[in-house]
Design a protein around this ligand. Structure first.
Ligand code: ADP
Ligand code: MG
Length: 312
């Protein structure tokens, strides 16, 4: 294990905040703020590999697809486009931040594929609605064209439903490891990675799915031998009894305790749940440590003075 190698998963709101429209300027401004924190961590002497969510970005790219004369790209290619977009924003803001600090660091964006099991139960029952809403007529048309399944989302309109299978393997892991070892800062596994399945003859094929970015980041950290998985989000800690009167922020906790609290249902499924799941998986497999906190507390958390830290 490489104690000085950290995989940092950036939360969606570090690139686009809730309630913002999603203009390029807004996204660059947020990414600029994230870059300051990332540069601070590099100055502490750590080697970093960055990942991020891509929900709003891929949703918008998907919505931009349905124009008659310009052939639509499949969801997984939209995912690849979003990786390029976010990677561009991170490279620009981060490299400029380093320039201000008179530091030379190469920032590399890597389009990344992640292998999932073609028999993952999610594929026969897609449950994750993504992108924008359409009318029933539009949905029927997309379904006829084989672009679906577009289905009713809780009476709010029709959306594309996709599977969210478990990530198994990062295809580009050797390249990521080599780049990180040589001191370059890599942005990869954007949006949980581009989901691909392995055919019987060993070839790969894009899959209609969205992989959870926290889970994929845990697999990445494990497969490149990182010592720390750090998940940056918009809360300083994971809490017990979240939003209740007896809410209790968690500091350093053992793997066993994290598993117990997870089983007791303290962490909401679509948000904190996958982060604790990722932390548990990483610590269990590697004996490294996993940190969940917000950008403001990132440096302190590395020193063990803030955030929720899961240790073996
Ligand atoms: P990200 O974009 O970083 O993945 P999410 O919204 O998916 O952000 O997850 C972070 C959110 O998890 C917090 O804003 C908080 O509302 C929610 N959350 C759910 N359960 C908990 C908990 N037990 N402790 C702290 N936050 C929680
Ligand atoms: Mg999330």
């Amino acid at each position: 294990m490489k104690a000085d190698l950290i995989v940092i998963a950036l939360g969606g709101n570090m690139i686009l905040q809730r309630g913002q429209k999603g203009t390029f300027e807004e996204q660059m401004e947020n990414t600029q703020k994230a870059s300051v924190v990332i540069a601070d961590l590099v100055e502490q002497g750590y080697k970093l590999v960055l990942t991020s969510g891509n929900g709003p970005q891929v949703g918008n790219i998907l919505a931009q697809q349905n124009y008659e004369d310009a052939p639509s790209m499949p969801l997984y290619v939209c995912g690849a486009m979003s990786q390029g977009q976010i990677g561009y924003m991170i490279s620009m803001t981060l490299q400029n931040e380093f320039k201000k600090r008179n530091k030379e660091v190469d920032v590399i964006t890597l389009s990344t594929r992640v292998i999932v099991d073609k028999n993952d139960p999610g594929f026969s029952n897609p449950t994750k609605p993504i992108g924008r809403f359409y009318t029933k007529d539009q949905a029927d048309k997309f379904n006829e064209e084989g672009k679906g399944p577009y289905m009713d989302d809780a009476g709010r309109g029709y959306r594309l439903f996709v599977a969210s299978p478990q990530p198994l393997e990062i295809v580009e892991k050797k390249a990521i490891q080599t780049l990180a070892d040589s001191g370059m800062l890599v942005y990869c596994v954007g949006g949980g990675g581009i989901p691909v399945v392995k055919n019987d003859d060993g070839t790969l094929e894009g899959a209609m799915a969205v992989i959870d970015k926290d889970r994929a980041s845990a697999v990445l950290a494990e497969q490149i031998d990182a010592g720390i998985l750090m998940i940056l989000t918009d809360v300083p800690h994971a809490c017990l009894n979240y939003k209740k009167e007896d809410e209790k922020p968690l500091g350093e906790i053992s793997l066993a305790l994290a598993m117990q609290y997870y089983d007791e249902g303290h962490f909401i499924k679509g948000s904190m749940g996958p982060k604790i799941e990722a932390a548990i998986r990483f610590v269990k497999k590697t004996q490294g440590k996993a940190i969940i906190t917000n950008p403001e507390n990132a440096i302190k958390a590395i020193k063990g003075e803030a955030g929720t830290i899961v240790v073996p």
